[in-house]
Design a binder for this molecule. Structure first.
Ligand code: AHG
Ligand code: MN
Ligand code: MN
Length: 337
């Protein structure tokens, strides 16, 4: 037992000292998210025993079947964020409308979150996660509902929880990316991976190949080159189907995660505010790139809080490679018009 364990709260209290103007509210907000994640982690690991698998028999705003754990995770995030006295607006994948915190509990932050990511993997015990991004107005005033939609440039912190072989929180507040593993024996997240950085190039590509015939030609060309020995050593293919798992592996090992537009999802499937922006913030802080194929994810100005976007994220050289192929096809199609 280390008598000087760096817990998540201790780490961010230390980070806070670097900013004289800091009020401690962000640390307070992260502490409430940490509590939500601890309860979700316990519920996920006991879901089979406590009959929390399966669906509630409804569809959410995304038109997806709602799992019992989706509901529990969503309620936990909402209750703990509201009672942190630091949040003005909540944007949840599971709620059709943007939620306004009651005045006496209001704070200056906007939190967009995916309470349970990879829900289709719950019942077969494959890793799932939670994802969040914390936005703030430049002037630190409390945002109104019609000020809720901000680009990733207004993110002050973002993170994800991975409920895998261990439960891990990976967070960035703008000064690098740091990983904390849950030590269930003391009920604390402890610092295990300080300053996580993504390799400049990897050897793994991660995409759902089931949609191969639905992709644009450029994506098919990119994936074909990753398999073609004539184009260099073929990459390995890995796809979990939970964004948190696929992104975490990409940060740890390098490579690229792709969820492009398909005929069925012409704007892509993944949601900008609470899946793509938080992951883009983290990957960028870790030295990687995150793009919609043309511009950085963090530059996209949202028009709807549930809008979707194609996303290509990971090692700098790998993302640049797919962007170059997309640009080449764009140029050819312009010329042929
Ligand atoms: P969610 O469970 O929050 O709806 O997210 C699922 C997402 C994401 O986790 C994953 O990358 C993607 O769905 C997988 O989609 P496909 O099954 O179409 O590959
Ligand atoms: Mn998700
Ligand atoms: Mn979800």
């Amino acid at each position: 037992m280390d008598s000087n364990t760096i817990t998540l709260t201790r780490f961010f209290l230390h980070e806070q000292q670097k900013f004289p103007e800091a009020t401690g509210e962000l640390t307070q907000l992260l502490a409430s998210i940490q509590t939500a994640v601890k309860v979700i982690s316990s519920a996920v690991r006991r879901a089979g025993i406590t009959k929390l698998f399966g669906t509630v028999g409804e569809q959410n705003v995304q038109g997806e079947e709602v799992k019992k754990l989706d509901v529990l995770a969503n309620e936990l995030f909402i209750n703990l964020l509201k009672s942190s006295y630091t949040v003005a607006l909540l944007i949840s994948e599971e709620n059709e409308t943007i939620m306004e915190v009651e005045t006496d509990k209001k704070g200056k932050y906007i939190v967009a979150f995916d309470p349970l990511d990879g829900s289709s993997n719950i019942d077969c015990l494959v890793s799932i996660g939670s994802i969040f991004a914390i936005y703030k107005k430049p002037d630190n005033t409390f945002p109104t509902i019609d000020e809720a939609l901000m680009s990733g440039k207004h993110v002050v912190a973002a993170g994800y929880a991975l409920y895998g072989s261990a439960t891990m929180l990976v967070i960035s507040s703008g000064s690098g990316v740091h990983g904390f593993m849950l030590d269930a024996t003391i009920g604390e997240f402890v610092l295990t991976d300080q300053n996580m950085t993504i390799p400049k190039r990897g050897k793994i590509y991660s995409i759902n190949e089931g949609y191969y015939h639905d992709w644009e030609d450029s994506i098919r060309e990119y994936v074909d080159t990753k398999k073609d020995p004539a184009k260099g050593k073929p990459y390995g293919a890995r796809y979990v189907g939970s964004m948190v798992s696929d992104v975490h592996r990409t940060i740890k090992y390098g490579g690229i995660f792709l969820y492009p537009a398909t005929k069925a999802a012409p704007k892509g499937k993944l949601r900008l505010l609470y899946e793509c922006v938080p992951m883009a913030f983290i990957v960028t802080q870790a030295g990687g790139l995150a793009s919609n194929g043309k511009i950085p994810i963090l530059d996209i100005v949202p028009t709807n809080h549930h809008q979707r976007t194609p996303i290509f994220l990971g090692s700098e050289e790998d993302v640049k490679e797919v962007q170059d192929i997309i640009a080449k096809h764009e140029k050819c199609s312009c010329v042929s018009k």
